[in-house]
Design a protein around this ligand. Structure first.
Ligand code: FES
Length: 212
């Protein structure tokens, strides 16, 4: 399989173009870094506190200053032992999310357990920084890690899906706000954790105005 058309298993070889690199950022991180993390991730995130404190549930500080539009942060930070997806979306993606032209199971984020109230909007994000998406990277079906497909448009293996997150375990699809498509095994949208911005470039996951 060539590098320009990554398959569902996320494996391939050959030229590493931009699309491929973005794919690898998501694909490699969610499988725990097997094989190509060092080569594929173009930058390092910084976050705190220690791994032990994070596992215990302490808030996690994440620097997104080097995150370019269309990219997902890698290596992935964790919060309470869960992988956290942080994506900076393009203006095109934001407009498409607002239009909601596709068939979604919960397009208006009405299931309150899946996001804080401030993320119950088309972007499922804080509106003042709606380009930044923060999600728990665990499929709401049986807990696999979805893979990131950042390009908007029909995907090579599914013309009805416009990109976002794909769970290879049983085929659940989510859009670039983590909203689940109708008719897939996953019953609900990906979870948005509590989060807030400490500054324009630093997010704190696990803490917001309510819990601070
Ligand atoms: S665990 Fe994701 S589709 Fe089943």
């Amino acid at each position: 399989m060539n590098a320009g058309s990554p398959g569902l298993d996320g494996q391939g070889d050959g030229e590493v173009n931009l699309e491929r690199r973005r794919f690898l950022i998501g694909a490699t991180a969610v499988v725990g870094g097997a094989g190509v993390v060092g080569a594929a991730v173009p930058f390092l995130a910084s976050w705190a506190p220690s791994a032990k404190a994070r596992a215990a549930g302490a808030p996690v500080s994440i620097d997104v200053s080097k995150l370019e539009p269309g990219e997902m942060l890698g290596p992935l930070p964790e919060w309470r032992g869960k992988p956290i997806f942080v994506v900076r979306r393009t203006d095109d993606v934001l407009a498409k999310l607002e239009a909601t032209e596709v068939s979604l199971a919960d397009p208006d984020s009405e299931r309150e357990t899946q996001q804080p109230a401030y993320a119950a909007n088309p972007w499922r994000a804080r509106e003042e920084q709606k380009a930044i998406s923060v999600l728990v990277g665990i499929c709401t079906h049986l807990g696999c890690s979805p893979k990131y497909y950042g390009e908007v448009g029909p995907q090579t293996f599914d013309a009805n899906w416009q990109g976002g997150f794909f769970c290879p375990c049983h085929g659940s699809k989510f859009d670039l706000a983590g909203r689940v498509y109708a008719g897939v095994p996953a019953p609900s949208n990906l979870e948005v954790p509590p989060y807030m911005f400490e500054s324009d470039d630093v997010i704190i996951v696990g803490q917001d105005e309510e819990s601070a």
